[in-house]
Design a protein around this ligand. Structure first.
Ligand SMILES: [Zn+2]
Length: 369
């Protein structure tokens, strides 16, 4: 058995690839280092930091982490070009339920085709499959950066996510990378919300079939993966963010004014209490993909930030932007209100990744700079 591990602060440690060679059954675990070896013929494997694999008879079983296989014709400096291609988890937040991956490729290579597929395993046997492509971010110091974002799903109690990244480069080089993320179960608090007699009437008479159609329409929007919109810097959605009244994942009992239980739902965003008329801002650059009045959420705006990342702003009093407008981070989009199912003026703020609700506060850390 071969055990390779490197301890130290990742920020101080350069990720130098080390070439290793082994032929029989092995377990390999990397610390902060990256390892490369030649599997067979012209197939090269890179094992990225914090990865554990089992290797037997030329087959690799991934226990956790990330590894990539490279094959195809590369004219010169094979291992140099391959070791220059890196994949990293740019951002990982288990609390927020999000992973951001960045692929760095040398400027001398071009991507012909890329497919990222994510398989979500939940409820033991069920799985959900979603496929999209890498999006270009920028070019820095001779390297092009591409990325994608993965959101866990707090509703389905996802246990693990398998990600396959497939890239065909021009010039016959291919990369097939595999990542495995295990998800830890979380418990969420229960909250009771009570509606006024007026709001109770509105909730009881809400049009359920209209709501279902609106949800389908929103799902179509949220699962569309468009180009990265060069986020800009994060701006707060409202000026006063200290009055958070509901967090993500809370199980909420809806009580009508006669104390009757109307429904139980999982809160898929964050609520901030604020006075009616307070300005609401776009948190990152993006296109307005929806602006209008809907069941339960009242006046709602959805902004597309690219890469399958969307933010939504609900219960607004006024909407002051139009669909199709490209917004800059920090631009006012509307005002706080209590339209829809609301017990008082507040902003319901949501973030979706490929349709899955995640904690929008993570956006403070999502800036590719
Ligand atoms: Zn809310």
């Amino acid at each position: 058995m071969l055990f390779l591990s490197c301890k130290g602060d990742i920020k101080k440690h350069r990720l130098l690839p080390r070439i290793i060679d082994f032929t029989t059954e092995e377990i390999i675990e990397t610390g902060h280092n990256t390892y490369q070896y030649r599997k067979s013929g012209d197939v090269y494997v890179t094992i990225f930091p914090e990865t554990s694999i089992n290797y037997l008879n030329n087959d690799i079983t991934l226990n956790n982490g990330l590894y990539a296989e490279f094959s195809g014709y590369i004219p010169k400096k094979k291992t140099k070009i391959i070791s220059d291609i890196t994949i990293s988890k740019y951002l990982e937040s288990k609390r927020a339920g999000i992973n951001v991956y960045v692929v760095n490729i040398p400027d001398s290579l071009s991507i012909e085709k890329s497919i990222v597929s994510a398989r979500y395993f939940y409820n033991d046997n069920d799985e959900y499959y979603h496929e999209f492509d890498l999006k270009y971010i920028d070019t820095i110091a001779g390297f092009k950066r591409y990325g994608f974002v993965i959101g866990y799903n707090i509703l389905w109690k996802v246990k693990s996510i398998k990600i396959n990244i497939s890239i065909d480069f021009t010039g016959n080089l291919t990369m097939r990378a595999y990542s495995l993320n295990k998800v830890v179960d979380r418990q969420f608090e229960t909250q009771v919300i009570r509606f006024s007699p007026k709001k109770s009437k509105e909730i009881v008479s809400a049009d359920r079939s209209k709501y279902r159609l609106e949800q389908e329409n929103r799902w179509k929007i949220w699962t569309t993966v468009n180009e990265y919109k060069h986020h800009g810097f994060f701006s707060n959605p409202i000026d006063t963010m200290q009055y958070m009244t509901s967090s993500l994942g809370m199980v909420r009992e809806w009580r009508l004014s006669n104390n009757k239980l109307n429904s139980k739902d999982t809160h898929l965003g964050i609520d901030y209490s604020a006075p009616k008329g307070a300005p609401v801002y776009a948190v990152l650059n993006g296109f307005v993909t929806f602006a209008g009045s809907v069941e339960y959420f009242g006046n709602m705006i959805i902004i597309d930030h690219g890469m399958g990342v969307y933010t939504s702003y609900c219960h607004l009093d006024r909407i002051i932007v139009d669909v199709g407008t490209l917004l800059e981070s920090g631009i006012q989009i509307g005002t706080v209100g209590m339209t829809g199912a609301s017990t008082g003026p507040h902003l319901h703020w949501e973030m979706r990744v490929h349709g899955f609700p995640v904690d929008p506060l993570v956006l403070k850390d999502l800036s590719f700079r």
